[in-house]
Ligand binder design. Structure first.
Ligand SMILES: *Cc1c(COP(=O)(O)O)cnc(C)c1O
Length: 386
């Protein structure tokens, strides 16, 4: 029997849900082929354009994020097409698997976990593969905490005939992603990340260039056929039954994001993630990301020698009520990941680091108690804007 321990969800998705958004989901459901729902839907489409920073339509699909990755491939590519996958983590490997499932000709530039592909390397691979139809990558690689240099990579790819297909699932809404300005051709996001709603919706937007590819695309498709969504669009509806309640929640979330302002939302994620990185380093721990850019959504930390890495998320959850993530695949037990996206503010930094300190103490790791909190607090005092 112990004292009260509050639960906090600090995974890199799903994330905590603001009370206003939870309230929205407790409202009675109504039918989707109605003008009442059309209004909700049009509102959501408009809101998503703001977050995606695009004039293009943003389709809402009833699926987790992977559904939109699937949709991106099957709607824009054709049999035997050559695609270049920039693979630097588990989600990059997912792009490879999806492309291979459609028998595409996949050229992979692979980097060790913790590193990333440089824009110059993308330029080179496009030069030696002028027939490539697309470059696929993650903006934020959630499995390693690495961010790619999307802005520079966009410059390189937009000079060619190839499409730039971006998994922005842990960057749209928490990092700068300018779809139109940068020339991104396909941009994807998911509901349970920066959008602060439960899993179940994915979002995808296509540039003019991608839509031209879509016209020619002959890969098999049915549920995620965006041409069906395009047809439904003029009737202000969706092809299939939409996630009615989740879309109502989405509107409330976007309303909150608009109220704060996208620029502030992004700044907040930048400051919070910096505070967490500095706090973690103050404990003598090493960040797993060796690249020059860090994810704004998640921080991956190396498990120190002599500590059982699998115990860290377990103790943090079971004893201290803070849910974080372990490593995926071969990184299991080697790293742990602190999620800090969506509904997070200055206080969450402290809660997360405090639990981490308690846990490390339990595991016999030597450090100066409270140091991560004071170092993180210093960053917050200097940079958090009120
Ligand atoms: C969460 C996530 C996905 C999607 O995963 P789902 O489980 O299908 O929602 C894809 N890419 C990245 C980078 C992610 O973080």
């Amino acid at each position: 029997m112990g004292m009260l321990v509050k639960y906090h969800l600090y995974a890199p998705g799903p994330v905590e849900i603001p009370p206003e958004v939870l309230n929205e989901m407790s409202k009675p459901i109504f039918h989707h082929r109605t003008s009442q729902f059309s209004e909700v839907l049009v509102n959501a489409w408009e809101g998503l354009k703001y977050i995606f920073q695009t004039k293009e339509h943003v389709y809402i699909l009833a699926s987790s994020g992977t559904g939109a990755m699937n949709a991106a491939v099957e709607n824009t590519l054709s049999e035997g097409d050559k695609v270049i996958v920039l693979s630097f983590g588990k989600f990059g490997e997912r792009w490879e698997k999806i492309a291979k499932a459609y028998n595409l000709n996949v050229v992979t530039i692979r980097k060790d976990y913790g590193y990333c592909v440089e824009p110059e390397e993308v330029e080179e691979v496009l030069r030696s593969n002028p027939d490539a139809k697309a470059v696929l990558l993650q903006h934020s690689e959630t499995s390693t905490g690495v961010s790619s240099d999307l802005k520079e990579i966009s410059k390189v790819v937009s000079k060619t005939e190839a499409m730039l297909i971006v998994d922005g699932i842990t960057s749209v809404g928490c990092d700068e992603v300018k779809m139109d300005k940068w020339g991104i051709d396909v941009l994807i996001a998911g509901s349970q990340k920066s959008f602060m709603i439960p899993p179940g919706l994915s979002f995808i937007s296509l540039s003019y260039k991608a839509k031209k590819y879509m016209e020619k695309s002959n890969l098999p498709k049915f549920y995620f056929n965006l041409k069906e969504e395009e047809k439904a669009l003029s009737d202000k509806t969706t092809a299939w039954t939409p996630g009615i309640t989740l879309i109502m929640a989405l509107n409330k979330s976007i309303e909150l994001m608009k109220k704060e302002g996208l620029e502030n939302v992004i700044k907040r994620h930048r400051v919070v993630s910096e505070a967490i990185r500095e706090g973690v380093k103050a404990l003598g721990l090493k960040l797993f990301c060796k690249y020059r850019l860090f994810s704004n959504a998640v921080t991956a930390v190396e498990v120190p020698q002599g500590i059982d890495g699998n115990q860290i998320p377990k103790i943090m959850r079971n004893k201290y009520g803070t849910e974080i993530a372990g490593g995926q695949g071969s990184m299991k037990g080697q790293i742990f990941r602190l999620g800090h996206l969506g509904y997070v503010d200055k206080g969450d930094v402290v809660v997360m680091l405090q639990s981490l300190e308690f846990t490390l103490r339990d595991l016999g790791y030597k450090f100066e108690p409270g140091l991560s909190l004071s170092i993180a607090n210093k960053v917050l005092m200097e940079k958090y804007e009120f």
